[in-house]
Design a protein. Structure first.
Length: 307
């Protein structure tokens, strides 16, 4: 196991990601599903099992990113934790156009479609004992409503600021992000908060033919296998659900799992049905050949739920 881990950390693509994470904030985020943004480098490194004290490369292997990274992951984490809002959420550098209620300028702020991903990454990287991270957890827990997490943002963005949906509706992707973050907090694995978020997503699956919520629908695109976990799709949702034992016996969850397992080839391997071009070169961003990582992710879900 230790040898495999050392090999993973030494892989050029992983070391490149560590180097990119150290450049946080990288650039201002303009759309929440920008798969090349350092936000998703952090969350993917957490998925891979990288830890806060893992060493980074002395020099990035990329010819386009020549940067010394002597602190490894610690450099990026320090930069992230330097920007925590008074409310408790960690902030991200964003640029919201005036047409969407922003200033059109780069601004440090938080929204529930970004902050939980940063929190998930910090928890996954082993920062859960830090009081600043614990405060961010408390903040996220405190924002859940009776129908799940809604489209909520920092006070400085104004009370009218929200995504394209009904104000009283929960936001599907926010609930995925929030549950994923809280899955890293053992005492919350079976709690009223996580049960509320889970029921929101299960309800959406059950009523998928009725309407979209905040423009998130459940159709052909949702059912395609895709990684990294950036947006609202079946493998992302199922992977998150598999972390919560109280969901495993729910028929709606089992239907989601069957949607995935039906996509296996004759040898039980899985191939991406969609990909992010920013991740071209990784096995999970290849729609022609089976991906060891996607196959592992599905196998891990099956192991978690005992199937």
């Amino acid at each position: 196991m230790q040898a495999a881990r050392a090999e993973m950390l030494a892989h050029p693509q992983v070391r490149e990601m560590i180097a990119e994470a150290a450049t946080w904030p990288g650039y201002a985020l303009k759309r929440h599903n920008d798969a090349k943004h350092p936000l998703y480098k952090f969350s993917t490194l957490a998925d891979f099992g990288v830890r806060a004290d893992d060493p980074g490369p002395a020099l990035s292997p990329s010819t386009s990113l020549r940067i010394n990274v002597v602190e490894g992951m610690a450099a990026g984490i320090k930069a992230v934790m330097a920007h925590q809002s008074p409310e408790g959420a960690f902030q991200i550098l964003v640029n919201i156009p005036r047409a969407f209620g922003g200033t059109g300028e780069d601004t440090w702020t938080w929204m529930l479609c970004d902050a939980p991903t940063l929190l998930y990454a910090l928890l996954g990287l082993g920062m859960g004992e830090d009081e600043r991270v614990q405060r961010a957890v408390e903040h996220l827990v405190g924002l859940v409503d009776d129908n799940g997490w809604r489209c909520v943002a920092a006070p400085e963005l104004g009370k009218k600021f929200k995504g394209p949906g009904r104000r009283a509706d929960p936001c599907p992707i926010v609930n995925v992000y929030a549950l994923k973050a809280l899955s890293r907090v053992p005492e919350l694995l079976d709690s009223p908060v996580t049960r509320t978020g889970a029921e929101m997503l299960l309800w959406h699956w059950e009523h998928q033919a009725e309407r979209k919520i905040y423009m998130f629908g459940i159709g052909t695109t949702f059912r395609r296998l895709k990684y990294p976990f950036v947006w609202y799709d079946v493998l992302h949702v199922v992977d998150v659900f598999s972390r919560f034992p109280f969901v495993h016996a729910d028929p709606r969850f089992q239907e989601m799992v069957e949607t995935i397992t039906a996509q296996a080839d004759e040898t039980g391997r899985y191939t991406a049905g969609s990909m992010y071009r920013a991740w071209k070169g990784w096995s999970f961003a290849d729609k022609k050949n089976p991906s060891p990582w996607l196959t592992f992710l599905v196998s891990r879900v099956q192991r978690r739920i005992g199937s």
